[in-house]
Write a protein that binds this ligand. Structure first.
Ligand SMILES: [Zn+2]
Length: 290
């Protein structure tokens, strides 16, 4: 992989429904110049406010990642961020006419196909590489993420464990390359637990859930579509753990860095992922200053 920054060659669009809001939103991906980074533009709000995707704009990490600047927010950015990380895109404008990124099929596949279809071009400036030099750790109860020095690139491991219910323990490990991301991670879809469905309804969440953008794990080990409750077909036997890695890839890309590190995550979610991204940014600033 070259070390030059990348953007897309032409404008591409997509419309779809947000998983939490159920609202239809139109996205328009546009090329952006060097060092502009990844940023969203809300064209439905006066002044077309811009919200950059980085650790400073993260405002909510419950079940998804929201960004906010000057009171203007964007919801559910993680799967599009993962697609951008997987394709090595550094600079892009994502214009949208609503608050939530559409869910697509619940994975990053739609975004990777769309962006690859736009053509990806190299720019003059160099990417920002970061070689982790020390061990970092974030924990929350029995969930944790450890980051270790690793010079060969980004290696990710995840241990998914519901303590004997829902699924047997799933472990997956992958070296982050575009090819590995596209074939092994991007197609892995969002999932929910049957025990969370009622809580979701009570909280008024998941208005955009359809049989085509998520699946539900039941405690007896069955996997079903969320509305029709008919059996769901998995894309990989261990699709759940792969999706957890997809989320980490998207969340860590909020650092806007090409990470050279080994990430070992156990039962982590967006909250912990975002905390690790912030920790990496703090360390990277110190390293640059030294
Ligand atoms: Zn996800």
């Amino acid at each position: 992989m070259t070390n030059q920054q990348r953007t897309i060659a032409r404008v591409v669009e997509y419309s779809g429904i947000g998983l939490f809001t159920g609202e239809e939103v139109k996205l328009c991906f546009r090329p952006a110049t060097e060092n502009m980074g990844i940023y969203f533009v809300r064209n439905d709000i006066a002044g077309r406010p811009k919200i950059s995707a980085n650790t400073e704009t993260v405002s909510d990490c419950e079940r998804q990642i929201s960004l906010q600047k000057n009171g203007v927010g964007i919801k559910s950015v993680e799967h599009v961020m993962a697609a951008l990380a997987g394709l090595g895109i550094d600079n892009i404008e994502i214009e949208m006419n609503g608050k939530e990124i559409p869910a697509g099929d619940g994975s990053s596949l739609l975004f990777t196909r769309l962006l690859k279809g736009a053509g990806i071009i190299h720019q003059k400036e160099q990417k920002k590489n970061f070689y982790l030099q020390c061990k970092l750790e974030v924990t929350n109860g029995d969930a944790s993420i450890v980051a270790l020095p690793y010079d060969k690139g980004l290696s990710l491991s995840y241990i998914l464990d519901f303590n004997g219910s829902f699924l047997n323990r799933q472990c997956f490990e992958i070296e982050m390359t575009e090819k590995n991301f596209m074939s092994q991670i991007a197609p892995a879809r969002t999932f929910g637990l049957s025990t969370s469905v009622e809580e979701f309804k009570r909280l008024g969440l998941g208005k955009g859930v359809t049989d085509d953008n998520t699946f539900v794990l039941h405690e007896d080990g069955t996997v079903k579509k969320p509305l029709s409750m008919t059996p769901a077909t998995l894309r990989f036997p261990n699709e759940c753990v792969r999706h957890k890695i997809l989320d980490i890839i998207g969340d860590l890309y909020l650092t806007n860095l090409v990470l050279h590190a080994r990430i070992i995550a156990t039962k982590s979610g967006h909250n912990l992922n975002a905390r690790m991204a912030k920790k990496i940014i703090e360390i990277s600033k110190n390293q640059t200053n030294n």
